[in-house]
Design a protein around this ligand. Structure first.
Ligand code: PEP
Ligand code: MN
Length: 339
């Protein structure tokens, strides 16, 4: 429930109401605004009704939050959340490009990629160290060595690195090496993992599961938020449909819909969304047009030699061309490319 206080209500009065909410084991939320204080109470609504807050002299209205996800909803917070990865701020008018290989392969590969993506305006470096592959015979990633190489690339090129976490016990290790977690499509509903990253303050890029509904995706985000980590970026990366021509069907409806229903920033992954290199630039532009706050793209100095996802990976020329072509779209969308 959302409890809107009268404009003359003081912080002290608000805190008193919050204490009452807490006393009946509901989760109290304090949201001071410029004009008035808004409170939230999460949990069983019948318990809240028992408090009879509607009769409190400082309470103006009490309204239910209609969506199943609460804290990540626009009902709870109408303004856009900005998430900082390193010194880069994502959301609320800022557009970011995060780029890098599917997987960290060698020191030379990741350092070279970091240098080239930074040169053309990327704000972040991506690269998997732990790769959850469909086949156990595929390259599984360099694991800890991959994290060390990402740290080296981040430090050398001053480019915040994000990488996929697959094990809840790795949270601290990741915090020591990179600037952001990625939760991959295969783990979107790994609730232990969601809770573990929720207990960190490091930003999380939460990718949509390949068969997940938008509501399930936002509820996954709610798990992270509920644990205390508000630094969440939603990522649309394509879903499985009957269509086989492309690897996935990039659901751009989801971007516009999530921007309407949630205050969290949303980015698009046109690489996994299409699985085809030539389709990455047009879908990256489409992402800007439908309101995304950024894109995450796969780039490798030599995509033909990549150990994973080479077919959807851009080389230096293709990436520089993409960045060049993207700029007028970003401007037309009223956003600013930040790096
Ligand atoms: C990736 O980003 O390389 C990846 C494995 O993505 P997803 O989880 O979206 O399949
Ligand atoms: Mn990949």
């Amino acid at each position: 429930m959302i409890i809107v206080l009268k404009s003359q209500a003081t912080e002290k009065e608000a805190k008193e109401i919050l204490t009452k909410i807490e006393s009946v084991k509901l989760k109290p939320l304090y949201m001071p605004g410029t004009e008035r204080i808004v409170l939230g109470a999460l949990g069983d609504e019948r318990v809240l009704n028992g408090l009879n807050l509607a009769a409190h002299p400082m309470v103006e209205t009490i309204k239910p939050i209609l969506s199943t996800y609460k804290q990540v909803s626009r009902e709870m917070q109408s303004h856009d959340t900005q998430v900082n990865i390193g010194s880069v701020s994502i959301g609320a008018g800022n557009f970011v490009v995060i780029a890098g290989p599917c997987a960290v392969e060698t020191q030379e590969q990741i350092l070279q990629t970091a240098e080239l993506v930074k040169k053309y305006g990327a704000a972040g470096l991506r690269g998997g160290a732990y790769k959850p592959r469909t086949s156990p015979y595929s390259f599984q990633g360099l694991e800890e060595e991959g994290l060390r190489l990402l740290k080296q690339a981040e430090d050398t090129h001053n480019l915040p690195a994000i990488t996929e976490i697959i094990d809840p016990s790795h949270v601290e290790l990741f915090e020591q090496h990179v600037s952001g977690f990625q939760i991959g499509a295969r783990n979107m509903q790994n609730f232990k993992l969601l809770k573990a990253v929720g207990q960190s303050q490091m930003p999380v890029i939460l990718k949509r599961g390949m068969s997940a509904t938008i509501e399930e995706l936002l509820l996954a985000a709610e798990y992270i938020y509920h644990e205390g980590n508000k630094n969440i970026i939603i990522c649309e990366r394509g879903i499985r449909t009957f269509e086989k021509a492309t690897r996935n069907t990039l659901d751009l409806n989801a971007v516009a819909y999530i921007k309407m229903k949630s205050h969290l920033p949303v980015i698009v992954d046109p690489s996994h969304g299409t699985g085809i290199r030539d389709l990455v630039p047009p879908m990256a532009k489409a992402a800007v047009a439908c309101g995304a706050d950024g894109i995450i793209v796969e780039v490798h100095p030599e995509p033909q030699k990549a150990l994973s996802d080479g077919q959807q990976t851009l080389d230096e020329n293709e990436f520089s061309q993409l960045m060049f072509e993207l700029k007028p779209f970003i401007e037309a969308a009223g956003k600013v490319l930040v790096s």
